[in-house]
Design a protein around this ligand. Structure first.
Ligand code: GLV
Ligand code: MN
Ligand code: MN
Length: 420
């Protein structure tokens, strides 16, 4: 089946997509800003997880959890269907994540999960029966918004973070990961997960986070690669002192060292066609009339390849150090997480792109669970759905229903191709 540019009008997928979207829409939405706060293991995100379990149950899918917040809802081949060609390791995984960044949009993550359920509805209505297991995944803490490590759930499931290291993670209130899991009703068990044991490939549908598809006038694309990226913590220490009584030349102000570092990162990224963002800052004591004792800021740096990112971080660190010397402040830089460039499985992506009216292959500056699975040796591909605003990690993130339906149709045809 090739995918029509226009979605079919009277399709079960339209009905179930719209119903699921309506159900999820209010969960975790901040009425004041219209942004979403679905922080891992906290109430809104748990409500999303309960919604996921309900949708799986409604469809008779077999739910499997891994003790650290990840889950797969399996659509198993019917007993009696000839599955002799399906070896262990042949299962097809779709799905995405349900957590959000703080004040994020509605689509980043949920669109992939909702579309996966709708694609199954669409296939079932057409009479299709898979000869391989098809799983709808829900990965936990994809954004790293609570515990600081992006794609924490898929990293744990694939062993790309040690359980012992993860057990040391705390949120901003000092709550340990294991305690957050326990408080959410889990019996935590960290480490490589049997959920992925039979998975032969992962196809993650995701809202596009830029304007590439708008510019191309296309509703969907496949991902070619995702950029290298990482997070670095910059700790600037200074001399706390009175804002009025301290002469300007006598100050050791870490805020100034930080401010210059943020400008240097911006300049360096522009010069090298990379990305650099300081968006999170903690200041102590954070009062108006005293020079701070400490500024802690996080650099998110990204680039087409890892060497470019390494060079950017090294340059910014050197410039920050030089400025710290001039300011009489102290600097310490800690790497919190890194992901290399991920090339998605080319054969799989090309095969799927050909199904989707030769959908373009585009690179992304965002990180995804699909990237982590690909790095762990599970062939992965991604389908992007056009975002007319081009904005993401913001309440303005958007996708038109018509484009989402094209995405569902694309996902259904991909599942049909892979699970026949
Ligand atoms: C996740 O969306 C990221 O790229 O930070
Ligand atoms: Mn995402
Ligand atoms: Mn995101």
């Amino acid at each position: 089946m090739t995918v029509a540019a226009q979605p079919p009008v009277c399709d079960i997928a339209v009905v179930t997509f719209e119903q699921m979207w309506r159900d999820l829409e209010p969960v975790g939405r901040d009425r004041r800003t219209t942004g979403y706060v679905r922080s891992p293991f906290a109430s809104a995100e748990r409500e999303c997880a309960a919604w996921y379990a309900e949708e799986a149950g409604r469809r008779g899918l077999e739910l499997e959890y891994d003790g650290q917040g990840n889950a797969v809802a399996w659509w198993r081949p019917r007993v009696g269907v000839n599955t002799t060609s399906a070896a262990a390791g042949d299962a097809i995984l779709v799905g995405s994540h349900l957590d959000s960044v703080d004040q994020g949009g509605a689509f980043d993550g949920p669109l992939g999960v909702v579309s996966s359920f709708a694609a199954i509805d669409r296939l079932r209505e057409s009479g299709f029966t898979p000869t391989r297991s098809v799983g709808v995944a829900m990965f936990v803490e994809e954004e790293g918004s609570r515990f600081g490590i992006a794609c924490l759930g898929s990293r744990l499931a694939t062993g790309r973070i040690e359980a012992a290291e993860a057990a040391q993670l705390r949120d901003r209130d000092g709550v340990f990961l294991l305690d957050a899991m326990t408080a959410a009703g889990l019996e935590p068990q960290l480490g490589p997960s049997s959920l992925l044991a039979d998975v032969g490939c992962f196809v993650e549908l995701h809202v596009e986070q830029g304007r590439d598809l708008v510019d191309r006038g296309r509703a969907v694309a496949m991902a070619s690669s995702s950029w290298a990226h990482g997070r670095w913590r910059f700790d600037f220490g200074g001399q706390p002192n009175h804002a009025g009584a301290t002469r300007m030349e006598d100050r050791h102000d870490p805020m100034l060292t930080y401010a210059m570092t943020a400008l240097a990162a911006n300049k360096q990224a522009r010069l090298t066609d990379a990305r650099a963002t300081f968006a999170r800052v903690d200041v102590e004591p954070n009062i108006t009339n005293a020079i701070p004792s400490r500024v802690r800021a996080w650099l998110d740096a990204r680039g087409a390849d890892a060497a470019q990112v390494d060079e950017l971080v090294a340059t910014v660190t050197r410039q920050a150090g030089e400025r710290a010397t001039r300011d009489g402040t102290r600097l310490e830089v800690t790497t919190e997480s890194v992901v290399p460039t991920v090339d998605f499985d080319l054969a799989l992506s090309r095969r799927l792109a050909a199904l989707l009216e030769d959908a373009p292959l585009i690179a992304t500056g965002a990180g995804h669970d699909a990237g982590i699975l690909q790095l762990a040796g599970i062939p992965a591909a991604m389908i992007f759905v056009r975002n007319p605003t081009g904005i993401s990690h913001s309440p303005d993130e958007f996708a038109q229903t018509a484009d989402c339906l094209v995405g569902i149709e694309a996902l259904a045809s991909v599942i049909e191709e892979l699970a026949s």
